[in-house]
Design a protein around this ligand. Sequence first.
Ligand code: ATP
Ligand code: MG
Length: 247
Amino acid sequence: MTENRSHDMPRGAVLSVVDVAKTFTLHLQESQRLPVLSGLTFDVPRGACVVLGGESGAGKSTVMKMIYGSYGADSGRILLSHQGTVMDLAVALPREVLAARRETVGYVSQFLRAVPRVPAIDVVAEPLLERGVDRTTALDRAGALLARLSIPERLWKLPPATFSGGEQQRVNVARGFIIDRPLLLLDEPTASLDARNRAVVIELIQESLGRGSGMLAIFHDADVREAVADAMVDVQSFTPAREGVTA
Ligand SMILES: Nc1ncnc2c1ncn2[C@@H]1O[C@H](COP(=O)(O)OP(=O)(O)OP(=O)(O)O)[C@@H](O)[C@H]1O
Ligand SMILES: [Mg+2]
């Protein structure tokens, strides 16, 4: 059950993470415990881009997966402003998580998980089709976005499984930006892109921020970070000492 705790949501925030902890249990290693995060606290205001920093393995992607509901949190609150109410994603039911994903939270993951045999243009158009937009309009808009990201038209009807890393990433980005959501999670969306396509992604981010979306992002490239970051969260400062790993 989701409690309505709107009094806990800071004004103007789309996301409020409060005192979240996460430890992985490594079942293949005699149930060793790997503490990754503790006391994680930050907000994402509407229309702002918050960037997660910290070295590889610090737990940046883990933070995003908890917000997207793919990983549970051990404790703390992950408050999402969802359709006029506040949902605590740390305790939300699976169907509530799915509703949040449909309406409120988008996620451009580090790697595209392409469904076999689905053409690239359909992968991109799918979020529009799910919202009931007619097929012709949806495919037109998907094509426009793919063209903007320099995906040649001959690739649009092919499944992305055989695309290059950078082409897959651009399909993934197009899918993430085809609809505006109140919160968009971006996990290294420009890591394998050239400067020209990085610039297009920066534009897409800025346009979406301008329409009021909040963003939580991880960027490999300092130029992208500097162009769009309104605030930084150093995930490493919420990482317990790894020497403390206990059986
Ligand atoms: N499902 C899992 N099971 C066990 N350990 C995990 C799991 N997911 C992540 N980890 C561990 O948690 C730590 C944080 O991983 P995470 O992927 O969040 O790091 P990251 O900051 O995103 O790193 P990178 O910059 O390399 O993408 C790592 O030590 C990783 O091995
Ligand atoms: Mg990562």
